[in-house]
Design a protein around this ligand. Structure first.
Ligand code: C5P
Length: 223
């Protein structure tokens, strides 16, 4: 059978990563976290003293870091210039800066090319999660899913992933999520949006297992 390509898009905190990893593991597919790639380039910009608010500086530096993504859903990896970036890309500094970096067209072109070649090389197919996968990166995907959830549910889930003081501040988490989504939806190049042919799944009232099952069923029906 031909390799199956699945695009999963949606705002932050809708369960894209948990769902995509589990679905890929279940069906023997690869997994690509495209948000991790934008976070990785953002981390490199911050550690190399690039002003992330300066789109020209970001565009000029965009091709310098070498970003490599491992696609095993059981143990996804990301390196920047050979350094393990899995930890540093999840800091609040990176989260606060990533929307500015990912809005720069030169960054998007580079990362999009990388994503397409990773998807093309996946032997059994791949689940790719992000914001613009169904519309821009892989418009010919076999299945497109758009996950949504209420801002309250998203903030609560994200808080559950954070530790200590950060987790306690639910209101601040909600505010940061909503702000990031507004930036990602409002940018000019490849904004966060649902493709016309994507299946929308509202996960507010669903458990993770229910969402996984729903996507697996959709994939089985898509072939
Ligand atoms: O998915 P995650 O929250 O890790 O994504 C981090 C950021 O990367 C998003 O807020 C967005 O700015 C950017 N992103 C993007 N396009 C994608 C995936 C992520 O612009 N396909």
């Amino acid at each position: 059978p031909a390799a199956v390509i699945v695009a999963i898009d949606g705002p932050a905190g809708t369960g894209k990563s948990s769902t995509s990893k589990a679905v890929a593991a279940k069906l023997g597919l690869g997994y690509l976290d495209t948000g991790a790639q934008y976070r990785a380039i953002t981390w490199w910009m911050l550690t190399n003293g690039i002003d992330v608010k300066d789109a020209t500086a970001v565009a000029d530096a965009a091709a310098k870091p070498v970003i490599v993504s491992g696609t095993d859903p059981a143990a996804p990896t990301i390196t920047v210039d050979g350094l393990d970036a899995a930890g540093p890309i999840r800091t609040q500094e990176v989260t606060a800066a990533v929307s500015a970096v990912s809005a720069v067209p030169e960054v998007r072109t580079l990362i999009t090319d990388l994503q397409r070649s990773i998807a093309a090389e996946a032997p059994n197919g791949i689940v790719v999660e992000g914001r613009d996968i169904g519309i821009t990166v892989l418009p010919d995907a076999d299945l497109k899913v758009f996950l949504t959830a209420s801002p309250e549910a998203r903030a609560a889930r994200r808080s559950g992933e954070l530790k200590g003081k950060e987790a306690a501040d639910l209101a601040a988490t909600r505010e940061a999520l909503v702000k990031r989504d507004a930036a990602d939806s409002g940018r000019k190049t490849s904004p966060l949006a649902k493709a016309d042919d994507a299946v929308e799944v509202d996960t507010t009232e669903l458990t993770l297992d229910q969402v996984i099952e729903c996507v697996v069923t959709l994939i089985e029906g898509a072939g």
